[in-house]
Ligand binder design. Structure first.
Ligand code: SF4
Ligand code: SF4
Ligand code: SF4
Length: 254
């Protein structure tokens, strides 16, 4: 018989699945293309604002967005029963930077070339805030193709490579939060993080086998170093440790 997830993890799963179900509305607020098009036309758009908010949230909440409310999390976790293999080998985590650096450079270049942002349109490339919708110059079929392409990418990677493979490799949003968290660590202000109690740890490795981001959590606990760029603060390790050797903390980490 399947064991019931701890309550907090059931709430978390429900939130990321709801975020996934809302993706027809939110897709163009998280779009790597809309921000480019906005920069080229000098339009401050919803994607730019959302990526900015992700960066700001990471200064105090790390990558909690990834653990708790991202539609990309929902679309990958929903297929975890199909392939729950961990994504080992931390070199895959660098792939997203190969995408992010040229992408963000292009956005900056286009914004400068267009003379900066002159207008604000937070609903840019949506129909009254709905992303998967038709318009006079673009049929709804076009929006559906993009929608299924994005889902296919993330779901395909999760099915064929392993747990949250898309988060490790192709995500254009994660670097904003990784950079924010790096800044937080550099200056050392208080924020949400994990704390380990080395003495309490029984080295059972349950935290490692359950981590959605395939991290060696028991090694992190044993070393007393819970900071990891790929940790999404989902709390799976916290809620599955019967020894309470990992906990959430809002602190400076010193
Ligand atoms: S890494 Fe990207 S896709 Fe994955 S949860 Fe974070 S923002 Fe979403
Ligand atoms: S689940 Fe808890 S006791 Fe087991 S290895 Fe992880 S931190 Fe240690
Ligand atoms: S280390 Fe814990 S909080 Fe971080 S991603 Fe893994 S299970 Fe989630």
């Amino acid at each position: 018989m399947n064991r019931q997830l701890p309550l907090r993890q059931r709430v978390r799963k429900a939130l990321v699945i709801l975020a996934f179900l809302s993706f027809p509305i939110t897709m163009n607020f998280l779009s790597p293309y809309v921000i480019i098009d906005g920069a080229a036309n000098g339009i401050l758009n919803g994607s730019l604002v959302m990526f900015g908010l992700m960066f700001i949230s990471s200064l105090f909440l790390g990558r909690a967005w990834c653990g708790w409310v991202c539609p990309g999390a929902g679309m990958q976790e929903i297929v975890e029963p199909v392939n729950s293999n961990p994504v080992r080998g931390r070199r895959v985590d660098w792939v997203k930077w190969l995408i992010w650096i040229p992408w963000i450079s292009l956005i900056v270049w286009l914004a400068v070339r267009s003379g900066g942002y002159q207008t604000v349109d937070l609903l840019y490339h949506t129909q009254g805030g709905i992303s998967v919708a038709g318009s006079a110059d673009r049929p709804i079929l076009f929006a559906y193709i993009i929608y299924y392409f994005v889902i296919g990418l993330f779901v395909g990677l999760a099915i064929f490579v392993g747990r949250r493979a898309g988060c490790h490799t192709i995500c254009w949003m994660a670097p904003f939060m990784i950079f924010g968290r790096w800044l937080r660590n550099r200056f050392g202000w208080p924020s949400l993080r994990l704390k380990a109690d080395i003495a309490a740890c029984a080295d059972c490795k349950k935290c490692t086998s359950n981590c959605p981001m395939s991290l060696d959590v028991n090694v992190m606990v044993q070393a007393g170093k819970m900071e990891n760029t790929e940790c999404i603060l989902c709390g799976t390790c916290v809620d599955n440790c019967t020894k309470q050797a990992v906990r959430y903390s809002f602190s400076s980490g010193k």
